[in-house]
Ligand binder design. Structure first.
Ligand SMILES: [Zn+2]
Length: 113
């Protein structure tokens, strides 16, 4: 389950970013997860809750924003959105898609109390 490792690295990022700051706790962690990243949000939330226990992120809620997969079609020259890596071009049906985005996992914002 790579979500456990991911959850751990998110907690590490939160700890790194809050080091030396004086506030009560982190209440929300905003995340961007690309549609092509093969991360299961439910599993990530579950892993995060246990990885955060006893840290500054204990009890924080993960706010997950899914970003679409994007690709460039070498056949018709369009930039298109795809839901999976194996998708064909929604405009022309070609399989010659080059994935250009949508596999990121990024902490974008922390809300603290
Ligand atoms: Zn196309």
């Amino acid at each position: 389950m790579h979500e456990v490792a991911l959850a751990q690295s998110i907690v590490d990022i939160v700890r790194e970013q809050t080091k030396g700051q004086t506030f009560g706790a982190v209440t929300r962690v905003f995340l961007r997860i690309g549609a092509l990243s093969s991360v299961e949000p439910e599993a990530l939330v579950f892993g995060f809750d246990s990885a955060a226990r006893g840290t500054v992120a204990d009890g924080a809620r993960l706010e997950i924003v899914r970003t679409p997969g994007t690709a460039f079609c070498a056949a018709c020259g369009r930039d298109v959105q795809v839901a999976a890596r194996i998708d064909d071009c929604p405009a022309c049906g070609s399989a010659q898609l080059l994935i250009t985005g949508g596999d990121e996992l990024r902490v974008t914002e922390l809300e603290v109390a």
